[in-house]
Design a protein around this ligand. Sequence first.
Ligand code: PBG
Length: 335
Amino acid sequence: MKPVHNVYPCVRMRRNRRHDWIRDLVAETSLSAKDFIWSIFVREDPVPAEIRTMPAIRRYSVHELTEAVGQAVDLGLRAIALFPVIDSEKRTDDAREALNQDNVLYQAVGLLKKNFPHVGIITDPALDSFTDHGHDGLYIKDDVANDESLEIICRHALLQAQAGADIVAPSDMMDGRVGEIRKLLDRHGYQNVGIMSYAAKYASNFYGPFREALGSDQCLGKGHKRTYQMDPANVCEALREVALDISEGADSVMIKPGLPYLDVIRQVKDRFLVPTFAFHVSGEYAMLKAAADAGMLSYEKTLIEVMTCFKRAGADGVITYSAVDILKLLSHGGN
Ligand code: PBG
């Protein structure tokens, strides 16, 4: 009988795991500062900095923001995703503060672009920061009205581009938004402003801390976003969403939330071969931080593991509240 060479004891999988250097040599996935987009909150003055459900994350004033981004840039940060938190008094049913050219978001974008011209600025034209009902679009007759919402979302996207945003990333899940935004941007000469579509955005409980950070949880009350965000049960539908957004002109797509949806990332990446991003959302951050703060696991080590898993699943990059922590860890040689 022929001796078997391709199994134990000839083959020992552990040989490639013996030392750091060999493990690194055979690693199929690696992280770099270039892979991360830092999601940050910019606040108006009456809004406090601390966020109860997101320990160690702050809502920055426009000026604090410049300092924070400056420090992050020194660590290698390349891009940010900015979310405004406005004075709740300014929330209205028509989200008119979104169109105020001096609002805190446009101020922040302008200042950041001036100070850090090489840092990518990504903004979200959804209306939930500005509506008194907390929805991403206009609420008319017991539902979020698609076509009426599109108009203001597009104008908001245009103002973001005019303020200096490099990419608009619509998270509102209105049908047709990518194509309409593309048309309006092009008509105004912003052909080079990109669209990163939140193509497959699920109606998720993991957004809780973000809504608290924005103050939109109170506004939303018992309301929900299931008439526009996707059912976590579905993946074929995610592929359709992605296909539509690409056909409407999206330059890249995003899957959101992150970790529980790695299968969606993998399928999207394999099928469409377009730049694909994951959003490690607020609730995922909060879970990790709370467990670490309770002494249950290491925040740093788990964070690096999670980010590695995103890339292994096919994500080209990750939007995360932990970007600065990751950059610090990477500059010290990972975990
Ligand atoms: C809303 C928006 C949400 C997030 C980003 N944009 C929440 C929601 O849809 O209610 C969630 C981000 C996070 O949880 O970190 N336009």
